[in-house]
Design a protein around this ligand. Structure first.
Ligand code: 5GP
Ligand code: ZN
Length: 163
């Protein structure tokens, strides 16, 4: 599909031609990067994300990740340094620093995130044998990325004790 680039209207080809006979053709693929940039900018504003948050950048597709699940509230992707055969991180799409900054309004979101974790465990084939869900909170909790996330870890026998 080809659109005509005009000063005011990219989509009305007929009107554009008559208004600007020498208008340059612009294809939809050429517009895609601008659309993605605009959408990610808007989502950053809406979620108060910081420019430096790696998980916000994964949610907005600015940084590549092996995404295994995505909906309007939650994104799940494989950990870059897996500690077990299955190691998936589940994050809210909206930037929340940690469990330490959760609000009452986030209860539905967190319940949904855990339901997604259960579904992914089933899809990964680790539900029957069991798995571990971990949410490190704050520096002493071992949190290194300050966008709330739940580790879904499985596919091997977990070691105890923790800590
Ligand atoms: P935390 O230590 O905060 O509980 O866990 C952060 C996790 O994020 C770590 O397991 C780390 O390997 C993972 N991680 C950090 N940066 C990236 C990244 O850019 N991509 C992916 N997929 N995982 C990341
Ligand atoms: Zn973030």
């Amino acid at each position: 599909m080809t659109l005509i680039c005009s000063d005011y209207n990219l989509f009305d080809r007929r009107r554009d031609r008559s208004a600007r006979p020498n208008g340059s053709p612009v294809s939809l693929p050429m517009l895609k990067p601008f659309a993605i940039h605009l959408l990610s900018h808007l989502s950053r504003i809406r979620s108060n994300m910081t420019d430096s948050c790696v998980f916000c950048s994964i949610v907005s597709n600015e940084i590549k990740a092996n995404v295994v699940y995505r909906d309007e509230q939650v994104t799940a992707f494989r950990d870059i340094h897996p500690v077990a055969p299955t190691h998936i991180l589940l994050v809210p799409n909206r930037h929340i620093e940690s469990v330490g900054t959760l609000e009452v309004e986030d209860e539905q979101l967190m319940g949904h995130l855990f339901t997604v974790a259960r579904k992914l465990a089933e899809e990964e084939g680790i539900a029957k044998g069991g798995y571990r869900l971990v949410t490190n909170t704050g520096a002493n909790g071992g949190q290194t990325v300050f966008h709330l996330h739940v580790h879904l870890i499985g596919g091997q026998r977990m070691r105890y004790p923790m800590g």
